[in-house]
Write a protein that binds this ligand. Structure first.
Ligand SMILES: CCCCCCCC/C=C\CCCCCCC/C=C/C(=O)SCCNC(=O)CCNC(=O)[C@H](O)C(C)(C)COP(=O)(O)OP(=O)(O)OC[C@H]1O[C@@H](n2cnc3c(N)ncnc32)[C@H](O)[C@@H]1OP(=O)(O)O
Ligand SMILES: Cc1cc2nc3c(=O)[nH]c(=O)nc-3n(C[C@H](O)[C@H](O)[C@H](O)COP(=O)(O)OP(=O)(O)OC[C@H]3O[C@@H](n4cnc5c(N)ncnc54)[C@H](O)[C@@H]3O)c2cc1C
Length: 655
């Protein structure tokens, strides 16, 4: 079937090459090209296609389908990608497995990275190759039923038995059961388990241990291990998140991951170079989240924008033909700022992934000085990005009207998976408060005359306000954001200090200032996102691409400043606010002809999107009907439930 002419026309009105834009989105022409090649190669392998639509499958079927594809994938792995390239691997996973989770997701994202960051050279020699070759499947078991946030209160223990030189693992209570780890329930046979290290009755706090859970031949749980699946979730049901308990389960001393902290055979403890070095796997995932969430948001927008270009409803001036809903200003206001955010998040994601990779090298060389900065940055970024992604996806769903609510759109599944990011890798409020600690410390440095020691990301906190001339472009909007973030950070810090100075305990003062503190963290992070977007656009060489991205940046800066209006009342007059509002409306119109090309540029395949509404060819209606007919409910005209219950009920009512 040929392409829907409405989409053909939209594509013809684009002013730039989508391949050139993809090269900017994905950081290089080479990688953008590799993504296309991988997608093309996969499309030719029939076993990678869903055996039937995932949305009609039960959990068991979804997990089985994911395992089937992983088994097929193992035959093609080396021929499809450069296995040493994490981004290629991720693209392959996304294309073949989609986003509903699978038994290797945590193996790749946390188990292997933990071995790389936490295992000594000898331990890597023993386990890393096996993990990378997928001879074993691992997971990351930290969260317990009773505690996920407050890691110092974890209850699982690993007690060193000096006589046998083993650790004895125990789960002393119900609440100490590990609860949530992905792939733990049914798939993983090994795990990195975070447990309190106890030597001679002294608790040294949470440490990582390499623990075999299941027999490598029979896959049966080993004696002393209780393990299973925690049941269905809001989404992500292709993953078997699990529970895990230990009863006097012994592992050799050499199974504590000992790159940083160490326990010698006589039970001596050697401290790590930084107290929080064991938290690196979390920082690794957080550093990826802006990218991954940006892609979730992008997926929803591809669906909503393409659909809005083929959906016609109502009239504007021309009464001879109904208008594409994408031409309504409200629809543009609903979708275009999110397109800008998706681009910005991906740009930030590349930046934080690079920063993590650099930090990993620094830490391996004994330099831990960058840990606090990256922890603060990624804590704020994961919180803001996951929240705004959730908002953007939900708006995309509503922008598709009734069909958006159908699973045929697939947006609800994208939403369910993405929104989990507000919780996993540190609940958002908690992580905003982690960043707030860093911001408060920065203010205290300024108060103590140490402004010069501030890092580049917080230097603006020490600056004075300057006049704003909004006609001068994005950098002036950045100043507006700096003003808002600086003002709020000072106000929140002063509130905290005032409460503390009034005699309140540090903890209570912090609690009573915490809403204001989280607001400061959000503004600081949004400033970082805007500034990264501006810098990125500034570095683009292709002039056509750059021109469109400047238009998109204008949508971003005007929308973001309008969105934080309450924080800039002291800086901007109502005339200036009106000016910004009008600039936003103009920029929505400017971007309109490029809307479809901007989402096409994400180059997310139909196979990955799984959306009838978001099909690249735009042939929505005939495929919607086909999809509905394939619903299991339509296998028969008369359901057994009708024969069994409704018919007798109706018959009885006739009497
Ligand atoms: C490659 C192929 C991939 C295939 C992918 C396939 C795609 C699949 C499809 C979809 C993707 C979906 C994937 C889903 C994956 C989900 C995985 C989820 C995993 C998890 O959730 S793991 C568990 C995560 N848990 C947490 O994040 C816990 C949160 N809590 C904490 O981090 C901490 O407890 C704390 C930071 C909140 C507090 O810690 P603590 O009490 O110890 O510390 P404080 O006293 O508060 O602070 C002390 C001091 O330490 C500093 N600090 C804290 N953390 C760090 C750190 N990490 N680095 C540096 N410094 C740190 C803190 O700032 C304080 O400093 P100051 O005293 O203020 O100076
Ligand atoms: C999809 C998914 C996958 C996951 N995968 C894994 C995994 O692979 N491995 C793993 O170990 N874990 C995993 N988790 C667990 C996850 O990391 C935790 O659920 C998360 O860290 C939040 O902790 P919690 O559940 O204890 O929340 P809680 O801390 O109980 O949060 C409840 C509320 O209390 C508030 N709160 C808590 N502490 C504070 C505070 N100090 N200040 C202010 N407010 C506070 C929170 O903001 C929140 O509103 C996963 C979770 C999900 C949803």
């Amino acid at each position: 079937m040929s392409e829907n002419p409405d989409l053909t026309n939209e594509r013809a009105s684009g002013t730039f090459e989508t391949n050139a834009m993809a090269a900017v989105i994905y950081g290089s022409e080479k990688f953008a090209q590799r993504r296309r090649e991988i997608t093309e190669a996969i499309s030719k392998i029939p076993e990678f296609q869903d055996s039937h639509p995932l949305v009609f499958m039960s959990r068991e079927e979804k997990i089985s389908e994911a395992c089937r594809k992983l088994a097929v994938l193992s035959n093609y792995w080396n021929s499809l990608i450069d296995t040493s390239d994490e981004e290629e691997a991720l693209h392959l996973y996304r294309e073949v497995l989609g986003l509903e989770g699978h038994p290797l997701a945590l193996h790749e994202t946390m188990f292997i990275p933990s071995l790389i960051a936490q295992a000594s050279d000898e331990q890597q020699e023993k386990w890393l190759g096996r993990a990378q070759r997928r001879e074993i499947i691992g997971c990351y078991a930290q969260t317990e039923m009773g505690h996920g946030t407050n890691l110092r209160a974890l209850e699982t223990t690993a007690t060193f038995d000096i006589s046998t030189r083993e650790f004895i693992l125990n789960s002393p209570t119900i609440t100490s059961l590990k609860w949530w780890p992905g792939a733990l329930g049914k798939s993983a046979n090994w795990s990195i388990v975070i447990a309190n290290l106890i030597i001679k009755e002294h608790n040294y706090g949470p440490h990582p241990f390499m623990v075999q859970l299941r027999d490598e031949k029979s896959h049966e749980p080993l004696p002393g291990i209780t393990v299973g699946d925690i049941g269905p979730k809001m989404a992500f049901n292709g993953a078997d998140n699990g529970f895990l308990g230990f009863k006097n389960y012994r592992i050799p001393r050499e199974n504590m991951l000992m790159r940083h902290s160490k326990v010698t055979s006589d039970g001596s403890y050697i401290k790590p170079p930084h107290a929080k070095i064991g938290y690196s796997s979390m920082v690794k995932v957080r550093s990826r989240m802006a990218m991954d969430q940006g892609l979730f948001l992008a997926s929803a927008l591809v669906i909503a924008v393409r659909y809005s270009a083929v959906r016609r409803q109502g009239y504007l001036e021309d009464k001879s033909r109904e208008v594409k809903v994408l031409d309504y200003q409200t629809q543009q206001h609903r979708l275009f700022p999110s397109i800008a955010r998706a681009y910005a998040f991906i740009f930030c994601g590349f930046e934080t992934i690079r920063l993590y990779d650099q930090l990993l090298i620094d830490v391996q060389n004994g330099n831990t000085s960058g840990m606090a900065d990256l922890h603060a940055l990624t804590s704020g970024l994961k919180s803001v990005v996951t929240y705004q992604t959730g908002e953007g996806i939900e708006q995309a769903r509503m922008a598709c009207g009734g069909h958006g609510y159908s699973m045929a759109s697939y947006i609800s599944e994208i939403y369910g998976v993405a929104i989990g990011g507000c919780t996993y890798e540190g609940e958002n409020m908690v992580m905003l408060l982690q960043l707030a600690r860093y911001l408060v410390k920065s203010i205290e440095m300024i108060q103590n005359g140490k402004s010069r020691e501030l890092g580049p990301m917080v230097a603006y906190l020490a600056e004075n306000e300057s006049e704003i001339d909004l006609n001068l472009g994005p950098n002036e909007y950045l100043k507006v954001f700096e003003y808002a973030a600086r003002n709020q950070t000072w106000r929140a810090t002063e509130k905290f200090q005032k409460l503390r100075n009034s005699g309140m305990s540090n903890e209570e003062a912090w609690n009573q200032a915490s809403v204001e503190l989280t607001r400061a963290s959000r503004l600081h992070t949004r400033l970082y996102i805007m500034s990264t977007f501006i810098n990125h656009v500034g570095s683009i060489v292709d002039q056509k691409v750059k021109g469109v991205l400047i238009d998109l940046l204008n949508v971003h800066v005007t929308y973001e400043v309008m969105d934080i209006g309450i924080y800039v009342q002291g800086l901007l007059s109502s005339n200036q606010m009106d000016l910004i509002r009008n600039q936003l409306y103009v920029s929505l119109e400017t971007i309109r002809p490029n809307a479809v090309s901007l989402v096409d540029s994400f180059q997310i395949s139909d196979m990955q999107l799984r959306s009838v509404l978001g099909r690249r060819d735009g042939n929505v209606y005939e495929n919607l009907f086909k999809w509905a007919k394939s619903s299991p409910l339509n296998k028969t005209d008369v359901l057994p439930s009708v024969t069994q219950y409704l018919k007798p009920m109706m018959e009885k009512s006739k009497l």
